[in-house]
Design a protein around this ligand. Structure first.
Ligand code: NAD
Length: 484
């Protein structure tokens, strides 16, 4: 199995290589096999990417929005036509099962390109009447945007940043995660095939230092990061030195609250989707499942049955429901959290062990019950298929406990009491909430976090605010009345 790209980077409309950059091995997580070898961007590559973005952006900002949109819509069509090939690549790179990547990755990326192609031409300024004089506003692009991605949804993250940035007249230099560097290169290829002028979308590879070099370059106007809270802190601080715009999509430890009156099968389905999809490697996962005591036993019994039926295996087999974790490091980290949960007194309901043949990074889908708020499992982001079930008695109690975290990415409520659902959601400190659903993130809805989980919003009309700025123009129509 090989997935070697033509070269490591895509700069100024073409693949480029510089073998003096440190090597990055790309590993298929289901087998441990090396599927590609890339090189980190050297200062020369970073410079070329930023210089070409700067140059190209000046012209791109003057292109009519509908013309920019036409190119992105074409790219969306190409992504859909090549969905199978792109999904296989994403599965090789991330280990996520084809069953998921066929519907969730390039497909949602295409939605994003299509959505912003439609939205961007509708973005206008306003006129502010002031009696005789008036002010009008212009929504202008920010300039050169740097995108930095995590490894869980590589092409989706690349598209979620590229679509609003490009459609609104910006250029982008994107650095994928060093763990999953492949599909962003394909996106660059596709955008250019669709007619995007050279220099507007560049992909440079590298670890954190390459990201930091991009973030601190004076040619950069905006930084959009998807990553963990510790990285977010560093990147936000670096960006602040240059007073650059930021979007921070960071981690979470989101509550999913199940009241006694919930449809239990749906709530279990929501909890499983919110803990096991993509082997639990999703930022918005509802990893603290609060279950009201009246349904606790029934909930746990059915959850155990359904969890034990999940099919793990070769992610390239479309019947496989769960693949491995993304890397050996992630597997070690998740297994350590499992050991710690046991040691701290959580009750293992099912799973908890490494599994699978070969050298793949597989772990069983895992459920812990009787988890308490002070346990590590209830406080830290695990980023693996490990569900923590906590009990609660009352609505007020669960709201207070749900909010007692530094994170605030997402939250979910399962109940058949409509009034309670809205009342509880209004109290939850989270940027994205679901009622009787979990982890659905359509491009039409704003997505992002509060507290340590982030700054800004991706997707929807809200993203326009984060890829444009307002110029205010005062127009004087009379003589200037100066006091001197
Ligand atoms: P990470 O923070 O380790 O890395 C994210 C990216 O930042 C990588 O590309 C990495 O190379 C880069 N980076 C690291 N140090 C840097 C530095 N000093 N300067 C600039 N860039 C730097 O995250 P990860 O392990 O790749 O991804 C998992 C994390 O991402 C989880 O915490 C998850 O919750 C979060 N995540 C958030 C969202 C969201 O939308 N909120 C989505 C997916 C993942």
């Amino acid at each position: 199995m090989k997935a070697q790209p033509k070269a490591s980077h895509f700069v100024d409309g073409a693949y480029v290589e510089d073998t003096t950059g440190a090597e990055i091995e790309v590993i298929h997580p289901a087998t441990g096999e090396v599927i590609a070898r890339l090189h980190e961007a050297t200062p020369a590559i970073i410079d070329r990417a930023l210089a070409s973005a700067r140059r190209a952006q000046a012209d791109w900002a003057r292109v009519k929005p509908v013309e920019r949109a036409r190119i992105l819509r074409r790219a969306a069509d190409i992504l859909r036509e090549r969905n199978h090939e792109l999904s296989v690549l994403e599965t090789l790179d991330t280990g996520k099962p084809l069953q998921e990547t066929l519907v969730a990755d390039a497909a949602s990326g295409a939605d994003s390109l299509e959505y912003f192609a439609g939205l961007a031409p509708t973005v206008t300024g306003e006129t502010v009447p002031l009696g005789r004089d008036f002010v009008y506003t212009i929504r202008e692009p920010l300039g050169v945007c740097v995108g930095i991605g995590a490894w869980n949804y590589p092409i989706q993250i690349a598209c979620w940043k590229a679509a609003p940035a490009l459609s609104l007249g910006n250029a982008m230099v994107f650095k994928p995660s060093e763990t999953t560097p492949l599909s962003a290169l394909k996106l660059a290829e596709i955008l250019h095939e669709a007619g995007l002028p050279a220099g507007l979308y560049n992909v440079v590879q590298g670890r954190g230092a390459v990201g930091a070099a991009l973030v601190s370059d004076p040619r950069v106007d905006k930084v959009s990061l998807t990553g963990s809270v510790p990285t977010g802190r560093k990147v936000y601080a670096l960006a602040a030195e240059g007073v650059r715009h930021v979007t921070m999509e960071l981690g979470g430890k989101s509550p999913l609250i199940v009241f006694d009156d919930a449809d239990v099968e749906s709530a279990i389905g929501g909890a499983m989707l919110g803990n096991f999809y993509s082997s639990g490697q999703i930022c918005s996962n509802g990893t603290r499942v609060f279950v009201q005591k009246g349904i606790k036993d029934r909930f746990l019994q059915r959850l155990k049955e359904r969890t034990e039926r999940i099919t793990l295996g070769d992610p390239l087999n479309e019947a496989t429901q769960m693949g491995p974790l993304v890397s050996a490091a992630q597997l070690d980290k998740v297994l350590a959290y499992v050991d710690r949960a046991r040691a701290e007194g959580a009750r293992l309901v099912t799973g908890g062990a490494r599994t699978g043949a070969n050298d793949g990074y597989f772990i069983q889908p895992t459920v812990f019950a009787d988890v308490t708020d002070d346990m590590t499992l209830a406080r830290e982001e695990v980023f693996g298929p490990v569900m923590a079930v906590l009990d609660f008695d009352t609505e007020d109690e669960v709201i207070a406990r749900a909010n007692a975290t530094e994170f605030g990415l997402a939250a979910g409520v399962f109940t058949t009491d409509l009034t309670r659902a809205h009342r509880v959601v209004a109290e939850l400190e989270a940027g994205t909430c679901w009622i009787n659903a979990y982890n659905l993130t359509p491009v039409e809805a704003p997505f992002g976090g509060v507290k340590m989980s982030g700054v800004g919003r991706e997707n929807s009309r809200a993203a326009v605010e984060h890829y444009t700025q307002v110029k205010s123009v005062y127009v004087g129509l009379g003589p200037v009345d100066a006091p001197y």
